[in-house]
Write a protein that binds this ligand. Structure first.
Ligand SMILES: Cc1ncc(COP(=O)(O)O)c(C=O)c1O
Ligand SMILES: N[C@@H](CCOP(=O)(O)O)C(=O)O
Length: 406
């Protein structure tokens, strides 16, 4: 049993309403359950491997419906001692969401969001995207057998992500504008054409993503880490993961939540600006820019929910530079064997900065979420790594190159 509820005015909507924001006040909507009726079997929970649909009792899809799934979630939570040593912290884990089927955490949202689209009888799905949302929507649309339309900011989407959307048959539009402008346009398109909007303003998307929070607790043996650090763009994921932590507390599985710590790039930091000024809403950044194209977002649609998550959990938000992002990307890759795209590395870059500044304590147990796979953005990798050494096909030439200092 669940309903949708406006976070501003409390107006309720039913599970069969096609609605993204409140019709009365335009506020964001939340999916609300009657937690007193939800009983999770802890024995079963402890035995089953993590996956999105493991937590089906707390997901808003009719139980008679077969979900649209390609087996998302169940991503590894790595203990990272070498990286922890370098950063100067004792207990560091990395939840690698880049190991979802399409290479990003969006799959968790799409398995639920596209399943909901089918339940509601929607005929076409659509989104604006910096890349990962479109890749995931293209793939889940194909799995569901319904068309997907995706709007991308021209020239600002990493190659791997465009390739995924194209090959899986989405209608890909390259918009002469940035992500924020594309999002305004796709919202209008969905209203006009009755397409189903699957950006994170859709509360069902966030229900899938909240399972990252469930899995972190589950994989830590039902213990709660002190802090979770993650990149923030459109601000859906920090909102969703926090909701997951709160729900485990509401159901009585845990008794506290981690401090939610959001990291943005210096060139695209409206949430951090709001946090620094103690505000609960943002001033949009008109010209966001960063090497981390996935979080090149100036007007995050979930800002209000995200700031609430940060304040309520006694968390915080901070920025990192593009250079810090690239260094953290290298550290993850070379110290721990974890290959991530730039946006993902901002979590580790942020942690490093906050430990250096004495804001995060060395004894805290911290989970960094890495949100997308290295192969999503091969051009950035080529740009920041040394070029391969070209050699003649002789042993002498190979030996010279192997033992050269260059
Ligand atoms: C790889 C990656 N990391 C982080 C983010 C930011 O997540 P959110 O928009 O939910 O804040 C995105 C896209 O949104 C992304 O694609
Ligand atoms: N990085 C995102 C931006 C859109 O975010 P969404 O969560 O609202 O879909 C992307 O991959 O497109």
């Amino acid at each position: 049993m669940y309903h949708l509820e406006c976070i501003e005015c409390g107006k309720r909507y039913t599970e069969s309403d096609v609605v993204y924001t409140c019709g009365e006040c335009n506020g964001l909507l939340d999916v609300i359950y009657d937690y007193s009726t939800i009983e999770l079997d802890m024995n079963k929970l402890k035995k089953q491997c993590p996956s999105v649909w493991k937590y089906r009792e707390i997901l808003p899809i009719d139980e008679t419906q077969e979900p649209i799934s390609i087996e998302e979630g169940g991503t590894p939570l790595y203990r990272c001692d070498r990286l922890a040593d370098k950063i100067g912290i004792k207990g560091l884990y990395v939840k690698h969401e880049g190991l979802n089927p399409t290479g990003s955490f969006k799959d968790r949202g799409m398995t639920v969001g596209v399943s909901k689209a089918i339940e509601l009888g929607m005929k076409t799905v659509a989104c604006a995207s910096t890349g990962n949302t479109s890749a995931s929507l293209g793939i889940y649309g194909a799995r569901a057998g319904i068309p997907a339309v995706v709007l991308l900011p021209e020239g600002k989407v990493a190659l791997g992500k465009v390739a995924q959307a194209l090959m899986h048959g989405a209608k890909v539009l390259s918009v002469r504008g940035n992500f924020d402008e594309a999002l305004v346009l796709v919202r209008q398109l969905c209203d006009d054409e009755k397409f189903y909007l699957l950006n994170s303003v859709n509360p069902y998307r966030l229900e899938g993503q909240k399972t990252i929070g469930f899995e972190i607790i589950d994989q830590l043996g039902f213990n709660v880490p002190e802090r979770v650090v993650l990149p923030v763009g459109n601000a859906g994921n920090i909102t969703a993961i926090y909701k997951g932590f709160k729900e485990f507390m509401n159901i009585g599985i845990t008794d506290k939540v981690p401090r939610m710590t959001g990291i943005q790039s210096e060139g695209a930091a409206p949430i951090v600006d709001a946090y620094r000024n103690g505000r609960d809403d943002i001033t949009p950044e008109k010209n966001p820019d960063t090497i981390a194209t996935a979080i090149r977002i100036g007007n995050p649609v979930n800002a209000k929910k995200a700031l609430k998550a940060i304040y309520e959990s006694n968390g915080m938000a901070d920025t990192v530079t593009d250079d810090e992002i690239v260094q953290a990307q290298r550290d993850l890759a070379q110290l721990e064997g974890i290959g991530v795209e730039p946006a993902s590395a901002s979590s580790v870059a942020g942690l490093k900065k906050l430990v250096n500044d004495g804001i995060i304590g060395k004894d805290e147990t911290v989970v960094c979420v890495t949100t997308g796979h290295l192969l999503k953005d091969p051009q950035e990798v080529v740009d920041v790594c040394p070029k391969p050494v070209v050699v003649d096909a002789t042993m002498e030439s190979i030996r010279n190159a192997v033992f050269s200092d260059k």
